[in-house]
Design a protein around this ligand. Sequence first.
Ligand SMILES: [Zn+2]
Length: 114
Amino acid sequence: MKLMILRVPFLPAAGMALFPFILVKTQRLKLNKVIINHENIHLRQQLELLVIPFYALYFLNYLLNLLYYMHHDKAYRNIVFEREAYSNERNPEYLKHRTFWSWTSFFAARYQSA
Ligand SMILES: [Zn+2]
């Protein structure tokens, strides 16, 4: 699938996946393979959850994490969809071999901050 990448200067993050688009804050980020791959993983997650349920689960997972961690960044990084994306964003082959609903296997994982 050809990626549709749009530059949105007022974006609150470097990148964001808003099916069927990838939004990036600056023109230069369009060339950042790690960020584009990260957002592309989110597009796949969104597609296989028929988009709207993805956002509902994403937000619910964030809220539960926030209650658990009481810390925005830890809550965000440990959203199951983010665990999958951060764990595989540096592997350009990941989406070629990824299986359906792979994000479910990341419930058991935990994001390790540097
Ligand atoms: Zn992400």
